[in-house]
Design a protein around this ligand. Structure first.
Ligand SMILES: *[C@@H]1O[C@H](CO)[C@@H](O)[C@H](O)[C@H]1NC(C)=O
Ligand SMILES: *[C@@H]1O[C@H](CO)[C@@H](O)[C@H](O)[C@H]1NC(C)=O
Length: 466
């Protein structure tokens, strides 16, 4: 049973009504002038790495092993030194397919809301310092720009190269003068999961998105990576960057005057075996969530800077377990500032600063009234014997909207008769480790509105066609 409901504070409801009215007027006023520019919308499937339709699906893995994997990746994606180097996108959870070039070549990319640049491995793989050919093993054939009629290198003086200027600092464009080729390097933080990087040419290429009978082609600035490292297991060919920088796909797809907006609807684990019930991501005007009585919104805040400045930063005010409300900002290091948690589709679990997590854990132990058992994943998580568990209503209170999290997503069955909480203790007490993970985003249509600086939520059965 999936039950999810929204409760608004009266004040925010009024605010919401006014915003909706404002929007309606805005839409009515601008519809005629925008019609030409914003007709195109794009849709892609989001394939969970552990779903049977994923190229990375390993049927020999048990549920416990998959859970342990997503737990470790969640830890890898959240760390106190996130501010110094970007995390490897290969720890992400969703991949997508699209085509690039003429003739089109299929690309399998990790979808990353923490990356600005979209890049893919390209031949020739150049010698790096050690004179080793550097491309990692990927599932699909490598893209060769020499075989594409539409590929075009960009120079440092071009407007497109300037799109990299406000990218997160992990991305290094290398430009001394205008005629020089626009190139890039992105180094990802070394983590238990992976050491990785990509470097190459910034280029313009035709991207083709296929959604059923709809085939849309669009010119995109991307990184053609000739020097890449991504560990030793077979990987996706690159990254689809969805962060907030100018070079992000969400901004590029809106360059014709369309809405800088994307939304996704993530299906629950039990729906994943059904390939018709794929999670989807949409861009542009058809992606817009609401307005409507059940749509709630929270303001999108500036990221705190450093490598996280283009992340989707929102303000969490507290979490309730049953009637017991824990104030998020009362933890010592979570200063009373706006923007204290990142919404990320690529991290499975919700990671919370350590002292707040500890208080939440106590409340969950008390609220479930169940027997705590050792974590079968050996990751020190909060696990219970399934038999006599009482599921308390857990509510995440974001500024302006309260999200009731479903039991299915807050307690996950990891082994026979054992359920574990999907909240994770952060490696430090800094709010910069905090991530609202994808498990808690399932069956909610979530819209990221970069024009109006807000995130919209609408409870939805994501397995149903929308
Ligand atoms: C793009 O630039 C690279 C070097 O930066 C060069 O090797 C390659 O031939 C160029 N490709 C095209 C199609 O101009
Ligand atoms: C424990 O849970 C009950 C409700 O089940 C609540 O009334 C009580 O305040 C909680 N106590 C603590 C210490 O969290």
């Amino acid at each position: 049973m999936k039950i999810m409901a929204f409760y608004y504070k009266p004040l925010s409801t009024i605010f919401l009504m006014w915003t909706n009215l404002f929007f309606l007027c805005l839409i009515l006023m601008t519809s005629s002038s925008e019609a030409a520019a914003a007709t195109t919308s794009y849709t892609l499937d989001l394939i969970h790495r552990d779903s049977p339709s994923s190229p990375f699906y390993d049927p020999s893995q048990t549920r416990l092993q998959r859970q342990a994997g997503s737990f470790l990746r969640s830890i890898a994606r959240s760390s106190s030194n996130l501010l110094s180097a970007p995390v490897s996108p290969f720890s992400g959870e969703y991949v997508t397919k699209f085509r690039i070039g003429t003739p089109p070549v299929e690309v399998l990319a990790i979808v990353d809301t923490h990356s600005d640049l979209t890049w893919t491995q390209c031949v020739p793989c150049r010698d790096n310092v050690d004179k080793v050919i550097e491309c990692y093993k990927q599932k699909t054939p490598l893209f060769d720009p020499r075989n594409s009629k539409t590929y075009r290198n960009l120079t440092c003086g071009s407007d497109q190269c300037a799109l990299l200027d406000d990218a997160s600092p992990g991305l290094l464009p290398a430009c001394d003068h205008d005629q020089q080729p626009c190139s890039y390097y992105v180094f990802y933080k070394e983590e238990a999961v992976d050491e990785s990087r990509s470097g190459g040419d910034i280029a313009l290429e035709t991207f083709t998105f296929v959604d059923g009978d709809n085939i849309d082609s669009v010119k995109v600035v991307f990184g053609c990576g000739h020097d890449n490292m991504g560990g030793f297991v077979e990987k996706a060919s690159g990254v689809l960057g969805l962060a907030r920088g100018s070079v992000s796909l969400v901004n590029q797809l809106a360059s014709g005057g369309g809405a800088r907006y994307f939304s996704y609807c993530l299906t629950s684990e039990s729906d994943r075996s059904d390939s018709d019930a794929a999670s989807r991501i949409r861009f542009g005007s058809t992606a817009i969530v609401g307005p409507g009585p059940k749509v709630g919104s929270t303001p999108l805040r500036k990221g705190p800077g450093g490598t996280v400045r283009n992340f989707y930063s929102v303000t969490l005010e507290g979490i309730s377990v049953g009637n017991q409300r824990l104030e998020y900002s009362s933890s010592p290091k979570i200063v009373k500032r706006v923007g204290n948690i990142f919404i990320d589709s690529s991290t499975a679990m919700t990671v919370l600063p350590s002292s707040f997590y500890d208080r939440l854990e106590s409340a969950l132990v008390n609220g479930t009234r169940a027997k705590r058992v050792p974590d079968p994943r050996k990751t020190n998580g909060l696990c219970f014997s399934k038999g006599n568990i009482n599921y308390p209503v857990i509510t995440a209170h974001f500024q302006g909207v309260d999200l009731v999290l479903s039991n299915e997503n807050t307690f996950s069955e990891v082994g026979v008769g054992v359920v574990c909480s999907t909240f994770l203790r952060g490696v430090s007490d800094e709010p910069s480790v905090a991530i609202f993970g994808n498990m808690h985003q399932r069956n909610i249509l979530i819209g990221f509105d970069l024009d109006n600086h807000k995130v919209d939520f609408l409870p939805t059965d994501c397995a149903k066609p929308q």
